[in-house]
Design a protein around this ligand. Structure first.
Ligand code: NAD
Length: 336
């Protein structure tokens, strides 16, 4: 059945609005609406596209990752695309995701999931050649990011050289750069003292700090990196582990910072118990998280599940309910 005229109109409006939000958020680091409002509009767009799949165009924000990188930086082409994650916002949708995994894998055994905090920062790719950090890049639109090597080199917990010697000769490590909460509080105190605008939240401060043209400014900012996956891997000296969680543990042995909260859970109920646990300790962490990421742990199973347009099919972000949404954007003028 063809979509009614008013649905076509709403769809076009949603696309235009979300594209504008994306530009403000990803390119300018100046979100114009709270994340919950963005998510609400995106869910509305997805619902229309689900009812009328023929209306899903390749340029729809539902099919795209991030936005084009800023022209000021050199561009980096990602040899392995940097994708996003699909989201769920409630328990029922998480169960539906888990059932899809079971059905697709046609296996009655419970699936192991790597359970990780969803860090609220900026996705970054780090390329190591012969163990040496040679390049840092932002995700950009997933295919092309910005070369921010000089800036990532200033982040204190990013190793400039890997430990040991059994690492692949070319190894791309992916993770999130976040700003510590106490560092953020001190930075904003300093901004106010110096008559400068305070930052709206740690994510915004981290993004603005990392995309500075002068790396001396980045060096003064309290940034932290946490790894959560591998990208390109070439010339391995030994086979990589066959589960995602074991690969992360291997990255930690090579000196890369890993969240202490990583766990493996069997089946949907254990995943939801982890979600509740992380929700409870969320405020005690020294960095912001906005949910939990569940990833099918077995690499072979991941490969058989594959990808959809902008995200792996084998992973899902289960977001936490929004906190103090409107105040963050409306009460504070942004600083980048
Ligand atoms: P996302 O933030 O929903 O999820 C994907 C990202 O999660 C990855 O790219 C990675 O950077 C991050 N991540 C954190 N921990 C991870 C882990 N353990 N494993 C894997 N990835 C992990 O996706 P997105 O495409 O970057 O952004 C979409 C979200 O950003 C929206 O849902 C919204 O909340 C926010 N947003 C807000 C606005 C706005 O105007 N307020 C605009 C655009 C996007």
């Amino acid at each position: 059945m063809a979509a009614p005229q008013n649905t076509l109109h709403t769809l076009q409006q949603l696309k235009n609005t979300i594209n504008e939000y994306n530009y403000q958020y990803y390119v300018l680091d100046q979100p114009s609406v709270p994340d919950a409002e963005y998510d609400r509009q995106m869910q509305q767009l997805l619902a229309i596209e689900k009812d009328y799949p023929e209306l899903t165009t390749a340029d729809s924000p539902s099919q795209k990752v991030g936005d084009m990188p800023l022209g000021e930086f050199m561009q980096v082409e990602h040899e392995v695309p940097m994708l996003s994650l699909d989201n769920v916002f409630d328990q029922e949708s998480f169960y539906a995701f888990e059932k899809r995994m079971q059905d697709r894998l046609k296996d009655s055994a419970e699936i192991d999931y790597s359970c990780e905090p969803k860090l609220d920062g900026l996705a970054v790719s780090l390329l190591y050649e012969n163990g040496e950090l040679v390049r840092g890049a932002t995700r950009g639109d997933g295919k092309v990011g910005e070369n921010i090597t000089a800036n990532v080199r200033t982040i204190k917990n990013i190793p400039l050289r890997l430990r040991g010697d059994n690492f692949p000769r070319r190894l791309e490590v992916r993770g999130e750069v976040v700003m510590s909460r106490d560092g953020f509080a001190l930075l904003n105190k300093e901004q106010i003292k110096n008559d400068k605008k305070p930052f709206a939240n740690p994510r915004n401060a981290a993004a603005g700090s990392l995309r500075q043209l002068d790396s001396r400014i980045t060096a003064k900012r309290p940034l932290l990196f946490f790894t959560y996956s591998l990208g390109l891997v070439e010339n391995e000296q030994q086979p990589l582990a066959n589960s995602h969680s074991a690969r992360l543990t291997q990255l930690a042995q090579w000196g890369l910072p890993l969240s202490q909260e990583l766990q493996v859970a069997k089946g949907a109920d254990a995943c939801l118990a982890y979600y509740r646990y992380l929700g409870e300790i969320r405020d005690k962490l020294n960095y912001d998280i906005d949910g939990v990421v569940f990833k099918v742990d077995d690499i072979e199973l991941q490969q058989s599940l594959g990808f959809v347009a902008r995200a792996p099919r084998w992973a899902i972000a289960h977001k936490f309910p929004a906190q103090e949404e409107m105040t963050q954007v409306l009460d504070v003028e942004f600083q980048v």
